[in-house]
Design a protein around this ligand. Sequence first.
Ligand code: NAD
Length: 495
Amino acid sequence: MIPHFDAKSYEFTPFVPARNFIGGEWRDPSGAEELPVLNPRWGKPISTVRMSTYADVDAAVKAAKAAQPAWGALPIRDRAYVFYKAREIMLRDLKELSWLVSHENGKIYAEAEAEVLKGIECVEYGCSLPNVASGNDLEVSRGVTCRLEYAPLGVVAGIVPFNFPFMVPLWMIPQALVGGNAFLLKPSEQVPLSSLRLVEIFREAGLPDGVLQIVQGGRAAVEGLCDHPDIEAVAFVGSTRVAKMVYGRASTTGKRALCLGGAKNHLIVVPDADPAVTIDNIVASFSGCAGQRCMAASVLVAVGDVEPIIEGIKQKAAGITLGESLGPVNSPESVARITRYIDEAEKMGAKIAVDGRGKKGTDTGYWVGPTIIDGVSPDMPAAKEEIFGPVLSIVRVPTLEDAIRIENANPYGNASSIYTTSGDVAKLVMDRVEAGMCGVNVGVPVPREPFGFGGWNDSCFGAGNITGWDGYRFWTRQRKVTTKWTLQKDNNWMS
Ligand code: NAD
């Protein structure tokens, strides 16, 4: 039994080592390398994770192949029923699951709870699939019908990042499993613990062994999943560098692949924006989850005179209490990377209006305070590259055309927002920005279910979105069945 967390045990309760879950059993990964799992708030180890090898991937695939036919043969309603039960268990254990996420990822409890609730929303979409996945049926010629069915692919896999250890797996698992597949999850080696609880929850909900399996590890496990000939599809969420690699490698071996990458999200503010909404939203967007969200605001493009709004953003950000309303970043390497971007912008002439460097929430954790870099020019790395920390770069431009041009010059295309009270301005910007998820007066425009989650350009490789109906289509293949009803004599069209 995995020990469960609560608020009191938050600080240093040691966790069991993260293991693989294969064929209904916990197994030690067979790689030589073992890494500590660190609590970012304290910088202290809370568990360990050993890396898996190709042999572990192969063992998981074999168990999945054995389990998938019976699971795939169940009526879709029976498969979805497991998700009804899983939803109840997740709500029952909401507090404990949220503490676990907070413990391994570092985000504050309220953010962790929001993550778990968003994961549950994805589970609810899985529950709804029997009501929406009915396919089509049409009489295409007299006495001849064509029917569309959604069939499982077989064994499929998902590879996920560190920043949402509970939610991102649930972008994939409901559609993949309700679609009749057996699913292999490769968690981030930085946050492997939530996956152990996911397995427990789905077992308690009645999922048969072999249908959901966990392969812990890093690069070798990912490459194994891309290369294994019996895996039919791979979804990935993480950085653009690895997303591109996984997309190429998995496609080369004939797999279906959908790989979501990094982001550099621009928020455009024009002078008629509502100051209170804009200030609250932008601060929450760039600093929430310590800026470690692919939907976080990264560049504020200020059009014309929006000084009172910029001033309000700076004041609000400066008032954030590190360790209370803002958590740590995930690692010392992240602290160094984020600090480097701030230092570099300063050297290039930008002004550090709110400085989070060297700020601490606890002595031993990995902290960067909210940071606002003003006077950033579009060619600076702070304006172009993903920083993935609580940093907002302000770029000032005279016209809306300049703002749209700067935003679209960026290779990423995850999220984009416009702050305005003019419908015409909002429409113009939304029609022209190169981003898959857009907001009007919304700082983190995550589409709620059933709208699919996915960006454009270098933020997504492969077609479609990972959640919603696109997710179901990604994890299934379409069978078209043509039937001639022989008692209808004049059905002479189909041979
Ligand atoms: P990452 O790319 O470093 O890791 C993601 C996964 O890939 C992990 O499971 C990791 O073990 C594996 N991995 C890492 N390096 C690898 C390599 N060289 N070869 C094979 N596998 C490798 O990403 P991260 O640091 O865990 O997460 C942060 C990134 O994820 C950010 O860029 C963020 O924007 C992005 N992200 C994107 C979305 C989205 O929906 N577009 C959502 C969440 C996070």
